[in-house]
Design a protein around this ligand. Structure first.
Ligand SMILES: [Zn+2]
Length: 232
């Protein structure tokens, strides 16, 4: 006999199909946004297992890191690009949480990321308002579900452009904006090993300046984890 719950589930599925954000398949568990086949197809870097990996090298001579990684390769016209697009521009927060959980699982397994707190790289306030959320914070929340490490969302901020900056030259203004991270609560990070989290690492310039602000604010150890790295 068909139960009432099964009928309800079928109707709900027709009205609000629960399908994989990667391939559209409906063979996925209730709590998943990406199906197992897509998870397996995501191109892992395994950087978290190796010291001196390309992400760590990127920051050599720039900021001192305890460890650095990005979990997946990002290429154009790929599954990762499709997932990132939905996460960043289509408001799919649930997808971001699952991506964060995947990151967290790999970091825990590696044993190389024993940290005290997760710090999402802040967005400019106007950008966060437009998007409705900071994607790095969502990743941290997913990581927290697996790692059980607190997320310190407000310790570092990125103030909006000021009036005077608009009068400066373009290059000078760019420099100014890049350096504009402010540690709002230095007491909250003293003596801690922080894991700074972002969605993509490309040149590393933004992570560098945010990391530098954190390092200058006190006695901390810094590691970096990004979801993706641009595949060169
Ligand atoms: Zn899929």
């Amino acid at each position: 006999m068909i139960s009432l719950t099964e009928i309800k589930d079928s109707v709900l599925h027709l009205l609000f199909p629960h399908v994989c954000a990667g391939c559209g398949s409906d063979i996925l568990s209730k709590n998943s946004i990406i199906c197992m086949r897509c998870v397996e197809a995501m191109p892992e870097t395994n950087f978290e297992l190796h010291t001196g990996n390309p992400v760590e090298k990127l920051f050599w001579g720039r900021i001192p890191l305890t460890a650095g990684t990005a979990q997946f390769y990002f290429t154009k016209e790929s599954l990762m690009q499709h997932l990132m697009h939905q996460f960043k521009y289509k408001g799919n927060k649930e997808l971001g949480l699952q991506l964060g959980r995947l990151m967290g699982e790999q970091l825990v397994k590696s044993g190389n990321y024993i940290v005290d707190a997760l710090v999402p790289l802040p967005l400019f306030p106007a950008k966060e308002k437009r998007r409705g959320y900071n994607q790095a914070t969502i990743l941290c929340e997913g990581m927290n579900e697996v790692m059980n490490i607190p997320v310190l969302e407000k310790v570092v901020t990125r103030p909006a452009h000021t009036e005077t900056q608009t009068k400066k030259g373009r290059i000078e203004r760019w420099k100014n904006v890049e350096g504009k991270f402010v540690v709002a609560d230095p007491a909250a990070i003293q003596g801690k090993h922080l894991l700074l989290v972002d969605d993509v690492v490309t040149t590393g310039a933004t992570l560098e300046s945010c990391g530098l602000a954190l390092l200058n604010a006190g006695d901390i150890k810094l590691s970096i984890a990004a979801l993706c790295v641009a595949n060169r």
